[in-house]
Design a protein around this ligand. Structure first.
Ligand SMILES: [Zn+2]
Length: 229
């Protein structure tokens, strides 16, 4: 975590408040699970990975059975088949997902008691202090699930913008898992110039000498329509 914040700092990216840790928000997640449960949206699932559908859905009878809730089970949210999620992405425009057609349910609390990413992200991103969520297109599949949860919980969804991601020749996102080297934090100006170029933005003048100046120029000259679709 320290190396990430240091790397962001080197690139002129500072936080506008204290860093928010998901591990501090368990009461918020628990309260939301309680509400979903009271609304009849949750069920206990005792399936193993081997018995889940390829898309990760529970396809057995868990949703209809009364299971022993003291046993280690995961919690899943039901998605009615007629669920359609519509959102206007800042970069991709109007998107319509017939979520209920391809997802029957998904996990919100894991068998080991950890809150699932979809639940934590949906709730944290809908906090009043968050107005925009800018992230990679590799997370686009998660967006309808998170908006679905926000709607179920009566939360206001933020504005979303999904950026294209850099991939290797095989088409996989550059990341630690695909063996990509870490960003060279000793070359912040080159990295920022390269990022702007990859995002289709115009090249900043050569005389900009600090990360802050480059970012300010990039912001002032930013053009949504140039980002690759
Ligand atoms: Zn199940």
């Amino acid at each position: 975590m320290e190396s990430i914040t240091a790397c962001l700092g080197t690139h002129g990216l500072a936080f506008d408040g204290a860093i928010d840790y998901q591990s501090h928000h368990s009461p918020r997640y628990e309260e939301s699970l309680h509400r979903l449960y009271e609304q009849g949206d949750l069920f206990h699932c005792c399936c193993s990975r081997a018995t889940l559908a390829p898309d990760g859905s529970c396809q057995s009878t868990c949703a209809r059975r009364t299971v022993d809730t003291t046993a280690a089970t995961s919690l899943r949210v039901r998605v009615p088949t007629d669920t359609v999620i519509t959102v206007r992405d800042r970069l991709l425009g109007q998107m319509v997902w017939p979520l209920g057609k391809y997802v029957r349910n998904f996990i919100v609390r894991r068998r080991d008691g950890l809150y699932a990413y979809q639940l934590a992200a949906a709730i944290d991103d809908a906090q009043p202090a968050v107005t925009q969520v800018v992230r990679g297109r590799d997370l686009l599949d998660s967006t309808p699930k998170q908006i679905f949860l926000q709607q179920k919980l009566g939360l206001q969804s933020p504005v979303y913008a999904h950026l294209p991601v850099l991939t290797n020749p095989e088409g996989f996102k550059l990341s630690k898992q695909t063996g990509a080297p870490a960003i060279d934090a000793t070359r912040p100006l080159d990295n920022l110039r390269s990022a702007l170029q990859q995002l289709g933005q115009p090249s900043p003048p050569q005389d900009l000498a600090s990360a802050g100046e480059l970012l300010a120029w990039g912001q002032a000259n930013w053009d949504h329509s140039r980002v690759t679709r």
